[in-house]
Design a binder for this molecule. Structure first.
Ligand code: FES
Ligand code: FES
Length: 192
């Protein structure tokens, strides 16, 4: 009697799980993304965050989940060149976008200057926040609103580092910012 009861319960549970699974798949929405230069045609549930899509569906685990609430910056990626917290973004709302994650920052096996600067300035300890810090710094430098080290610190303030590597992180980003400044002023000097 007990055995029969035990056998019936899992079947009912399995049927419900199958129903739920079918229901979820029927709600999946087709989207297309260019991620690190590769085209992806995907189906995602409307409530899937960009972070979960990257990590769970595409296995791009370089982008980290820290708070999952938009408060730590560990999940920072670039969407059409602008930095965002992927944990706060719904994947479906970025249909057609170009996404760059930490896996796409280096080009042809050559480190991005920000990546090299993080190594040169010893700008990480455990490394958990580092992918988000680097993506944020790349976005910040493209924005062109940072004009000194204090600007860098202010504009990177959404990226927390629990190891407290802030001094070296700011040094690394500031070194690239200065190099960019120098290069553009030399270009202006060369202009006829
Ligand atoms: S995981 Fe996205 S901000 Fe913390
Ligand atoms: S290096 Fe450990 S959290 Fe930043």
């Amino acid at each position: 009697m007990h055995t029969a009861t035990r056998n019936r319960a899992p079947r009912a549970h399995d049927a419900k799980a199958r129903h739920d699974d079918t229901h979820l798949r029927s709600e999946a929405v087709p989207i297309e993304l260019a991620i690190n230069g590769a085209h992806h045609a995907l189906r995602v549930e409307p409530w899937t965050s960009l972070l979960d899509l990257l990590r769970e569906q595409l296995h791009l685990t370089g982008t980290k989940k820290g708070c999952d609430h938009g408060q730590c910056g560990a999940c920072t990626v670039l969407v059409n060149g602008a930095r965002i917290n992927a944990c706060l973004a719904l994947a479906v709302s970025h249909d057609g976008a170009e996404i760059t994650t930490i896996e796409g920052i280096a080009q042809d096996d050559v480190l991005h200057p920000v990546q090299q600067a993080f190594i040169d300035h010893d700008a990480f300890q455990c490394g958990y926040c580092t992918p988000g810090q680097i993506c944020s710094a790349v976005g910040l430098l493209a924005e062109g609103h940072a004009h000194c080290r204090d600007d860098v610190r202010e504009q990177m303030s959404g990226n927390l580092c629990r190891c407290g590597a802030y001094v070296n992180i700011a040094n690394a980003v500031e070194s690239v910012r200065r190099a960019q400044d120098l290069a553009s002023s030399e270009q202006e000097g060369d202009a006829p």
